[in-house]
Design a protein around this ligand. Structure first.
Ligand code: SIN
Length: 285
């Protein structure tokens, strides 16, 4: 794939499956509607886009995010003081436990309307390590057999936040420097189609993830596990992925409807501090 030059920005792909670095724009400035439309077009085309060498205050990150829709607060992770829409994803140098986001997932699929997209800013990044991986869920769907597609097409999956955020969930022993609040609300269940249609591109995508999807509707967890585990594994096959190496001031903006992501935990001894905003999405169909 070669670079795509739009009127103002240039999108240079970083992998065959998805992902492009965008140049020609400073996110701290007020961008025209035309430039925002170009960024949205690049997001839809590449599913995840990256910007280097941006210097963003929290206000500027919020202002940029709001150009794509209202921002949401997280059900279980408290926002920054004075900025409830911004969560601080931080791991201190001396932490040895699990990192936040260290499993293949889409954000907040326990919600009725999971986020449309997330924007992550690298404030303090390790000299090496702490990359984020992304996986293209259009390709995950397209590469299933016709029989599997037919079977999955009418199926519904049940999602819940209990794994990461239930009182007995992973946050109990991890993410000690983040403002995570567990609650029984994490046991709530939400149903979403296993195959989702993208509301803007009209393309079908696989829409299950290991962090939030717990079973198929009308099936037990034991009955669901073999097929779900197959789909989790398929969804993150290497050929659907790209990998982003952070540098200070980088920004990743992913289409949370169309990709899974995975924060790599390979930088113990260094700190990593990121700020994330999430843009409200719609009900999957
Ligand atoms: C997340 O899952 O939102 C965190 C991603 C990252 O820290 O790279």
């Amino acid at each position: 794939m070669s670079a795509t030059a739009l009127s103002t920005i240039t999108a240079s792909p970083i992998a065959g499956a998805l992902g492009a670095e965008i140049s020609g724009v400073r996110l701290s400035e007020h961008l025209t509607d035309d430039v925002i439309a170009e960024i949205r077009q690049a997001l839809l085309q590449y599913q995840v886009i990256f910007f280097r060498d941006q210097k963003l205050t929290l206000e500027q990150q919020i202002a940029f995010g709001e150009r794509f829709g209202p921002l949401e607060t997280h059900d279980f992770v408290e926002g920054m003081p004075d900025y409830p829409q911004v969560i601080r994803v931080v791991r201190e140098a001396d932490e040895t436990t699990l990192n936040f986001g260290g499993a293949w997932h889409a954000d907040v699929t326990h919600q009725e309307c999971p986020a449309m997209g997330s924007i992550l800013y690298g404030h303090d990044v390790p000299p090496v390590g702490g990359d984020t991986l992304f996986s293209n869920q259009y390709l995950a769907y397209d590469t299933l057999s016709s029989g599997m597609k037919r079977m999955l097409d009418g199926m519904i999956a049940v999602h819940s936040a209990r794994g990461p955020f239930g009182p007995e969930g992973r946050s109990k022993d991890n993410w000690k420097n983040m403002r995570v609040n567990t609650s029984d609300k994490a046991y709530d269940e939400m149903e979403h189609p296993v195959i989702r249609t993208h509301p803007e591109t009209g393309r079908k995508m696989l829409f299950v993830n290991k962090t939030f999807t717990i079973r198929f509707k009308d099936m037990t967890e034991q009955e669901s596990a073999p097929l779900l585990n197959y789909l989790f594994q398929h969804a993150s096959h290497e050929r659907f992925t790209c990998r982003f190496r952070w540098t200070p001031g980088s920004v990743a903006f992913w289409d949370n409807r169309a990709v899974l992501h995975y924060a790599l935990n390979d930088y113990t001894g260094h700190r990593r501090e990121m700020y994330r905003v999430a843009i409200s999405g719609d009900r999957p169909y």
